[in-house]
Design a binder for this molecule. Structure first.
Ligand code: GTP
Ligand code: SPV
Ligand code: MN
Length: 602
């Protein structure tokens, strides 16, 4: 194919190169129009790539199934390709750029024969904002094009903004044969490029999301002096009109989407809070002229976990996904609507499950385990502006000022409901040592506790020791640092039942956090940080037994001393590259617990 009619020379030449490699029959440059969406949808309906859903009940909605072996990000097939191994660091898979291009090139070679290569120009962040970055994704998947159309600002306006000489991230995606042995998700931060081949699953193929907006962007942010984080952004407005914003980093499937759209609980309604949703997954943050930290959401849609989403847990998400939504790997009902586990209503009497098999409630597999109708990591893709609480500042180029940063994980034990760090440096330590139980959002053993610093373990595009240093450095540059907190909605009793009701009730914790930021709430000092005094958390209307409240807020000394061994073990991996400040924080924590420990010699 010959590439013409593009004013940006670098773009034209790169598309030509990729076309020569992948050999598509056709190249289509996407303009982002409604007409284009209609045309692509119809084509995908005709091939079965997409199924049109019930037009009355779910207008504009479509359904897609990925291959059975392709339902979550594959972290072991995800690589950072830098010249030096140390630049990828001990937490990333690494190969050289040469090896990466060679290995993936062999899979890409000729893989688009008989297919169309779509050119998708997209902007992460409002078009034209100095905070934003442009990417161009080449893909042979209509599903990807239609998702990118929701998740990013996509189409002709982006090409206009790019102009004849503008820079962009080169994102090449091909489905190939979706053989897991021929699947690679490669990042070339030194070339501003991403190659993803052999997958059709969200985080592996919507290259603006985790690949660009986190892995490549974190590398850029380190060089350019800003931050790219796996964080939701939420605003809480008081009746007097003051809005305070928080940014929260929780690992995948640990509650970002839910917190970002929370509905104040009944008992707090009289306080008149209003919630504004700015973002549910990614935050790009800069220090502005006022010396404080400002954040934008580079995305324009949600790619959210379906199971567990219902009118009780997340009514705003339910409202958001009523129309113009792409459903992936959920259960398809006979009436052309969809269902998932822990959704609304009773399970349907029958349906077609995420694998494409007939399904009925109560089915068991050969091992006697329940057969899910929807995959636990099934997802919806929906435009952010359809969210009833979508922030009116979404298109503002400066974003919103951040008062507090919240880290959180899924911990059955150890971590209390909430605590406040002693300051920025201690907050960086808190983020750097956070851990969580593995969820269905990534391949691997579910439930296993792993260190996931700042919820960025799978998403940091460079050596995490340098990333921690960058966090410390950013703190020094701020005139007004956000306070840093750690939360845990997932502590359980000995029967495995959650002690905290979660969801909307989490506003009680956010309320305490914001009151602390304004100097208006009490706290008790503990070795790990400040925890709420029993009176300072508003628990009215919650019937939680006092012993559970105590369990939620108490610090188990023995468990923490055990936990700290994990901190140390994790830090040792980084060798001399780990900032000394973090070892000093570790020692401080040991001292506060009254244990002595030698840190490894510098
Ligand atoms: P990614 O999109 O993978 O980054 O996930 P996320 O962090 O946005 O997670 P999400 O909000 O989609 O929540 C994932 C799962 O956790 C869902 O099944 C939710 O129902 C559940 N969940 C969210 N918030 C809470 C909470 O406060 N308490 C409890 N117990 N479960 C929660
Ligand atoms: C996550 O896994 O953190 C997600 C979904 O937000 S994905 O886009 O697949 O990465
Ligand atoms: Mn995520």
């Amino acid at each position: 194919m010959k590439v013409e009619n593009l004013e940006n020379t670098a773009l034209r030449e790169w598309i030509q190169e990729c076309s020569d490699l992948c050999k598509p029959d056709r190249i289509v440059i996407c303009d982002g129009s409604e007409e284009e969406k209609e045309r692509l949808s119809r084509e995908a309906f005709s091939t079965g790539e997409l199924i049109e859903l019930n037009k009355e009940k779910l207008p504009g909605c479509v359904y897609h199934r990925t291959a059975v072996n392709d339902v979550a990000r594959t972290e072991d097939l995800t690589f950072i390709c830098t010249h030096l191994k140390e630049d990828a660091g001990p937490t990333n898979n690494w190969m050289t750029p040469e090896e990466g291009y060679r290995k993936a090139g062999a899979i890409f070679s000729g893989s688009m024969k008989g297919r169309t290569m779509y050119v998708v120009p997209f902007s992460m962040g409002p078009i034209g904002s100095p905070f934003s970055k442009i990417g161009v994704e080449l893909t042979d998947s209509i599903y990807v094009v239609l998702n990118m159309r929701i998740m990013t600002r996509m189409g002709k306006n982006v090409l206009d903004q790019l102009g004849p000489a503008g820079e962009f991230t080169k994102c090449l995606h091909g489905k190939a044969d979706r053989d897991i042995k021929r699947r690679l998700i490669l990042h070339f931060p030194e070339d501003n490029a991403i190659w993803s081949v052999g997958s059709g699953y969200g985080g592996n193929v919507l290259l603006g999301k985790k690949c660009l907006a986190l892995r490549i962007a974190s590398y850029m942010a380190h060089q350019e002096g800003w931050m790219a984080e796996h964080m939701l952004i939420l605003g809480v407005e008081e009746p007097n009109g003051r809005i305070m914003y928080v940014a929260g980093a929780f690992p995948s499937a640990c509650g970002k989407t839910n917190l970002a759209m929370l509905v104040p609980p009944e008992a707090l309604k009289h306080k008149g809070y209003k919630i504004w949703t700015v973002g549910d997954d990614i935050a790009w943050m800069r220090i502005d002229t006022d010396g404080s930290l400002w954040a934008i959401n580079p995305e324009s849609g949600f790619f959210g976990v379906a199971p567990g989403t219902n009118y009780r847990t997340n009514p705003n998400a339910m409202e958001t996904i009523k129309k113009n939504t792409i459903y992936t790997n959920v259960l398809l009902k006979p009436d052309g609507t969809v269902w998932w586990e822990d959704g609304d209503g009773d399970p349907p009497e029958e349906g077609i499950d995420w694998k494409g098999n007939p399904w009925q409630p109560g089915m068991k597999d050969d091992d006697g385990k329940p057969v899910h109708g929807a995959h636990p990591n099934s997802r919806f893709t929906a435009p952010i502006y359809q969210c009833p609480t979508a922030s009116f500042r979404l298109e503002q180029h400066h974003g919103v000022p951040i008062s507090a940063i919240i880290f959180g994980g899924r911990r059955a034990r150890v971590a209390p409901l909430v605590y406040e760090s002693f300051g920025w440096e201690h907050g960086v330590y808190t983020g750097a040592t956070m851990a969580s139980e593995r969820t269905a959002a990534q391949f691997g053993k579910i439930g296993e506790v792993r260190r996931d610093p700042m919820a960025m373990l799978p998403f940091c595009g460079y050596n995490m020791a340098d990333y921690f240093r960058h966090w410390l450095f950013m703190g020094l540059r701020m005139k007004k640092q956000p306070r840093i907190y750690h939360v845990n909605w997932f502590k359980t009793d000995k029967d495995g039942k959650f002690l905290w009701p979660g969801y909307g009730e989490n506003l009680r914790v956010i309320e305490w956090i914001l009151a602390r930021c304004s100097g208006e709430a009490q706290a008790m000092e503990t070795p790990i940080g400040f925890v709420p005094t029993p009176e300072s958390l508003d628990l009215t209307g919650l019937n939680i037994p006092q012993k559970d409240i105590n369990a939620l807020l108490s610090i188990d000394r023995e468990a923490w001393i055990e936990e700290m061994k994990g901190h140390k073990e994790f830090f040792i991996k980084f060798g001399k590259r780990l900032p000394l400040e973090l070892w000093q924080q570790y020692q401080g924590l040991c001292k506060r617990f009254g244990v002595s420990d030698e840190i490894p010699p510098a």
